[in-house]
Ligand binder design. Structure first.
Ligand code: CA
Length: 223
């Protein structure tokens, strides 16, 4: 699998390339849109990791041009949290998934793998399991179609579990995922957060439930 990383922060680009390399992806880096166009013309890539703020233009323009040409290559967009609101429309128009900076490398690789498992098929902004749905952009949760108020951390945790539903998610993965979203994560945060989220889901009548696999991790399944 060959990945193109379009990111003008050289250090971050190298970090991503290293992280991808460790996971067995071949990654090329370019620092601007001109470089990205040249790379895409010269080589076939399986996915693109795209920063939005680039020295010679906006990543979203590049993305719409790509989609305009009929390309369905998976694109994972990197964006800062404060820039997200203004960009939601553009992201919906062409990105398969997005990741907020700063992020854990493990999260990036997990998203990349998810994209590559379903080539040409957008993940969409809404993730669901059973009657539980999470709007990943609006950060809104609903159970059986009715909105339910979840705390930020509960929502972040639910997203991590939804993205890997049916699979065991190691505690460390959750720890790192929550860490990327929020810096104040203590050692028992995961247990406490899972406990709360499970209770909230039960109270709301969710058909998705969190199973604990002692010493291994957690699994979101549909009852
Ligand atoms: Ca940038």
């Amino acid at each position: 699998m060959r990945i193109l990383i379009v990111e003008d922060n050289r250090r971050l680009a190298q970090l991503i390339a290293k992280g991808c390399g460790k996971e067995g992806f071949a990654a090329d880096c370019c620092a601007d849109l001109e470089g990205a166009q040249a790379a895409l013309a010269a080589t076939r890539y399986d996915a693109v990791i795209l920063d939005l703020g680039l020295p010679d233009g906006d990543g979203l323009d590049f993305l719409s041009a790509l989609r305009g040409e009929g390309s369905d290559m998976p694109v994972l967009v990197l964006t800062a949290r404060d820039a997200l609101e203004a960009r939601v429309e553009g992201l919906n128009a062409g990105a398969d998934d997005y990741l907020l900076k700063p992020f854990a490398m493990e999260e990036l690789v997990a998203r990349l793998r998810a994209l590559l498992r379903r080539p040409g098929k957008a993940l969409g902004r809404v993730l669901s399991a059973g009657n539980v749905a999470l709007d990943t952009v609006g950060r809104e949760v609903s159970v059986a179609g009715a909105p339910v108020m979840f705390s930020k951390r509960e929502t972040d945790l639910l997203e991590i579990l939804l993205r890997r539903q049916g699979r065991v998610v190691p505690k460390e993965t959750i720890e790192q995922g929550l860490h990327a979203f929020d810096d104040e994560v203590s050692s028992n945060t995961v247990e406490v957060s899972v406990h709360r989220l499970r209770k909230r889901l039960e109270e709301a009548g969710a058909t998705a439930e969190i199973h604990t696999l002692r010493g291994i991790g957690y699994l979101l399944g549909v009852a």
